[in-house]
Design a protein around this ligand. Sequence first.
Ligand code: 4NP
Length: 161
Amino acid sequence: MIKVLFVCLGNICRSPLAEAIFNQKITDAGIKSHFKADSAGTSDYHIGELPDERTIKCAALHEIPISHRGRQVNRTDFRDFDYIIAMDDSNLRNLNNLKTRFGFPEKEIFMMRDFVPESEGLSVPDPYYGGEEGFMEIYRILDEAIGHFLSQIQENHQIYA
Ligand code: 4NP
């Protein structure tokens, strides 16, 4: 079982949408049983909350089920997840600090858009303070990046339906 954790700041916009898109793709591909996906935030701002209503609307428009409650990254995440994927530089910095504090200094943290050729180093932009169009934009970015990520891990782990 390959465990994937998507991480942003609040865990109500980008990372729960990433989790939902990933789950949809593995379901469509008939390989769901090989994976466990989850999401978390570096902050404690929205613990226990449903995704932002704009995230829910965006997922519904794309006919993707979304059900998640906000939670904060914790120590056991660094032990349990094979792939921990940050949405932006700030998330990456925070995760790299946390992994050392929690006793996993060697753990590799990935950046979501590094899986996309020509997009290495780019962020999935924080849509929280913008309008609904920002959510459509992150959907497009995440859909592309997760497609590349999934192809890569399928190949790495030889997982095919
Ligand atoms: P997310 O977006 O990190 O993609 O979930 C945000 C959600 C909440 C806040 C910032 C970003 N906030 O400051 O409350």
